[in-house]
Every structure is written in structure tokens, then in C-alpha cells.
Write a protein that binds this ligand. Structure first.
Ligand code: SPD
Length: 352
């Protein structure tokens, strides 16, 4: 009798584990995105509507994302690389070619931006534009005098006002850091010639006297609490902080800046492709894209969402600058092996 009870309990335990064990009985979608880059309500709404679970992880740079994706045994279903990293992942053979018949909302995307995106993903076969933005300088109005910011250019980073104060940061992103120095010096953000690299190094050595750290995440809180006074920052991240704090400011440097597009891609190794398509299609819905943009404060490539977005959002020059300013901005392109030189310079500056 006792043996029978033990056996029944064991069978019950095995069944319970199978049903409610790892996935709590629900299909799980693994998503890897930049931090502060989605309205969290959308995650729970998608889970509720599809009876699934989303395991959501974040990264703060393309480089960290790539290292994790290449090294982890845990496979993600959907990740959100910037354009140049779509090319890298594509070249590494890690991406699933997308089946557009499963993406009824794909038609909502702006044709012009898809055209731009084909520069890093020819034929738009593997990636779906998710958001685009610009990099600038976020500052604390409490600590940085207005006349310093008024000069309006990248060289604010070198201002003697910051000498010895340890209050300036730049992004932990080689292409953004070297890119800012290149644009400031009148070169293309994609120029890796010896001449351009020499000039960018010279400029960075000067800026570096004021730079305390290269960081892409903690600056958001640190400019709020006064630990940092001036930070190279992504526009939407800065605007999210500025919504609650009038003592913060953000400028797009007068010389121009990087214009980047981040994208949804599906990994070939995804074990939940049907659910991944559903999620991508959900994010492509016009109303969902509108809500997401309002939350993240990043511009959307979803053309159908534009008329739904409020005037405040659409007319904000820090989100949608005028065409004359956009002319001065450049997409960070994939440079193949030439990126090594940029990485070397960046690493040397960091170690300095
Ligand atoms: N918190 C979201 C940040 C998005 C940054 N996009 C990447 C730009 C890479 N140059």
C-alpha cells in the first residue's frame, strides 16, 4: 500500500513538472533588446493576448549584444541590433530570412526608411526597422552654465569649465565616440582613412581630459542626480529623463551627428518562430507603434503610426529635426575589417 502511494506521488510530481515546470506550461519567447526601449505594458498585453510568457533581457551596446548572442547557449528568438550589426549578424549566418506573409502589418513601414535600411540589409530580407534616433549631448542645467551649452557643438566636451571636475561621460560605443570626433573634424562618420583616424585621435585625446567614463546606461540616472553634468547620449533616452525633470537639457550638436536605425531580427536558432512572427507583427501595428514611440521617445519608421502621434511628439526637433539638420547626419555603416582600426583607437583612449 505504502509503495503504491509513493509511486502515485512520483507520477503526480512528474506530470506536474511536465505541465507547470520550466515554462509554467506556457510557450516562452526570448527577447533581447536595448534597455528602456519598449513600453512594458506592451509586453504584458502581448503575453495576455497570446497566452505566452516573454523572457525579456536587455543590453546597452551592440558589442555586448553580439558577444552574448555568439557565446550564450541560451538562444534568443528576437533581438534588436543597429543597422551595422544587422550586417554583421547576417554575415555570420545567424539570422533567419523573414517570411513577409506572416507579417501582415509590414505594409505600415515607411518606404523611404526601408530603402535606407537596405544599405545594411540588402532587400530588407532579415530585419525590420524598429526605431530610429540621433546621438547628442545631455546636460544638467543646474550645473552647466547656459553660455557653455550655447556654443552648440561637440567641442563642449573639451570646455575648460569641466577641467578637473570628473563630470563628463561618453557612450561606451566605439563608433559613436570616434564618430563624434570625426564629424566634429569635418570627416564622414564612416571614414577610416589614416588621415581621418589621426585627426579623430587628436580630438579625442583633448576631450578625454574631461571624460571620466565611457558608459551607455548609468549616465541616465547620473545626469539626474548630479554625478554627471554632461553626457553623450541617445536622444530618446535623454528625453525620457527630461519628461520628469526640467533641470535636464539635450542638444543635437551643430556639426551633425550619427543617425541610427535599430531593427527587429529573428535568430535562425529561434525555437519559437511562430510566436516570434506574432510579436514582430504586433509591434508593427500602427496603434502599438504609436504607443511605443510615445513611451520610448524615439522616432518610429511606422508610417501608419505617424498621424496617430500627438503634435508635441511630431513637432519636437529633438525627435524629428528639420531636413536641413538631418542632411548633416550620417548612418553608421558596416565597415567590415576596417572597424578594427576604430576599435583599437577607442580601446587606447579608454585605457588612457
Ligand atoms: N535605450 C535605447 C538606446 C538605443 C540606441 N540605439 C543604438 C545606437 C547605436 N549607435
Amino acid at each position: 500500500m505504502k509503495q503504491r502511494i509513493i509511486l502515485s506521488l512520483m507520477v503526480f510530481a512528474i506530470l506536474a513538472f511536465a505541465l507547470f515546470g520550466c515554462g509554467k506550461g506556457k510557450e516562452t519567447l526570448y527577447i533581447f533588446n536595448w534597455s528602456d526601449y519598449i513600453d512594458p505594458d506592451l509586453i504584458s498585453e502581448f503575453e495576455a493576448a497570446n497566452g505566452c510568457r516573454i523572457k525579456y533581457s536587455t543590453f546597452d551596446s551592440n558589442e555586448n549584444m553580439l558577444t552574448k548572442v555568439k557565446s550564450t547557449s541560451q538562444s534568443f528568438d528576437i533581438i534588436f541590433p543597429s543597422g551595422d550589426h544587422v550586417s554583421i549578424l547576417r554575415e555570420l549566418g545567424l539570422l533567419e530570412e523573414l517570411d513577409r506573409t506572416q507579417l501582415s502589418n509590414y505594409k505600415n513601414l515607411d518606404e523611404g526608411l526601408l530603402q535606407k535600411a537596405s544599405s545594411f540589409d540588402s532587400g530588407n530580407k532579415y530585419s525590420i526597422p524598429y526605431a530610429w534616433g540621433l546621438t547628442g549631448l545631455m546636460y544638467s542645467k543646474q550645473y552647466v552654465p547656459e553660455e557653455i551649452v550655447a556654443s552648440g557643438g561637440w567641442n563642449i566636451l573639451a570646455d575648460s569649465f569641466f577641467d578637473g571636475k570628473n563630470k563628463v561621460t561618453m557612450l561606451d560605443d566605439a563608433r559613436e565616440v570616434i564618430g563624434a570626433a570625426l564629424i566634429y573634424s569635418g570627416y564622414s562618420i564612416n571614414d577610416s582613412s589614416d588621415e581621418a583616424m589621426t585627426k579623430a585621435t587628436e580630438v579625442l585625446k583633448i576631450w578625454d581630459r574631461n571624460i571620466t567614463q565611457f558608459d551607455s546606461d548609468s549616465y541616465k540616472n547620473e545626469v539626474q542626480d548630479g554625478t554627471t553634468w554632461l553626457a553623450q547620449a541617445y536622444n530618446g533616452d535623454a528625453l525620457q529623463q527630461m519628461a520628469d525633470n526640467p533641470k535636464l537639457g539635450f542638444i543635437l550638436p551643430k556639426e551633425g551627428t550619427s543617425l541610427w536605425m535599430d531593427n527587429m531580427v529573428m535568430l535562425k536558432s529561434s525555437k519559437n518562430k511562430d510566436l516570434a512572427y506574432k510579436f514582430m507583427n504586433f509591434m508593427l501595428d500602427a496603434e502599438i507603434a504609436k504607443r511605443n514611440s510615445e513611451y520610448t521617445q524615439y522616432a518610429t519608421p511606422n508610417q501608419a503610426a505617424l498621424p496617430l502621434l500627438g503634435e508635441d511628439f511630431m513637432a519636437n526637433p529633438l525627435i524629428n529635426p528639420d531636413p536641413a539638420y538631418l542632411e548633416k547626419c550620417e548612418m553608421i555603416n558596416y565597415l567590415g575589417d576596417r572597424v578594427r582600426r576604430i576599435d583599437q583607437i577607442y580601446e587606447a583612449i579608454k585605457l588612457n
